[in-house]
Ligand binder design. Sequence first.
Ligand code: 5GP
Length: 298
Amino acid sequence: MVDAQHPPEVDRVAASRRAVEARRARASLKRDIATRVVSPQEALRRAIADPTSPAGTLRVPDFLTALPAIGESKRDRILAELGISPVKRLGGLGVRQRRTLAQWLDTRMPEPTPRPHRSRLVVLAGPTAVGKGTVAEQIRREHPEILLSVSATTRPPRPGEVDGEHYFFVDDARFDAMVAGGELLEHATVHNKYRYGTPRGPIEQALAAGRSVLLEIDLQGARQVRRAAPDATLVFLLPPSWDELVQRLVGRGTEDAEERARRLRTAKRELAAQGEFDFHVVNAEVAEAARQVAALAS
Ligand code: 5GP
């Protein structure tokens, strides 16, 4: 017979393990919100879809302090303004409270509004280590109709890289000449080290022939393309979670603490630029992310 007051030891152990896991999942979600890997609106949608999920069981005050630039006193003012009790969990909000909170979020931190018109010039950018290269490579294999731009770089080739296929490997003098001759649509020094640039000619030819073009470049490059070709479609690739990005950035543990901290700071700064992009795609699964990016390019 089961005694509800005194559950067997195994049940108590299992229950406390579940509680620990749930707390860990909520802490991880708060990191996702703080680093903008998950938008607050998305967290609210998840909470409504499943009140028992990490988002659903997150207390509203904890949700608010996870948002950028909201401390405890601001949090209390917001709760009062929205008429939400501090004991409420996101998944337990009434219909009216959900709507008020959603509206408040939309005015304070709007989500990207997809552009009504599509350009055939698509830029794929995102934080370091999010997997842009892998997604672009998948698109190259699956969508030969899309031209994957081949950049020029002063970086030496890695084993297996083919000149003219992965990059045009050039020296500094040649790169300078390309810049001076206006041959590059954009160019930037990446990771304070080597220079990378997008040759203009092949892109113009492809676009003129009605083909779509995909550029896999860094953030500085994406901003330059926005200026040079304002109607280009800018896609930001997001990691499935902040913890996952940290794993991909420092996972091998070969860097010292200072280098790890530097990479994490850079990743946070890069994630904060996502508001400049027209579309966000989550790279949880390469094939699916590639499918979504390719769909935006056709
Ligand atoms: P890797 O050296 O690992 O191939 O690339 C390093 C970084 O350079 C990646 O973040 C990649 O997106 C970026 N990159 C590659 N080609 C270009 C380019 O033509 N322009 C800019 N701005 N960045 C590039």
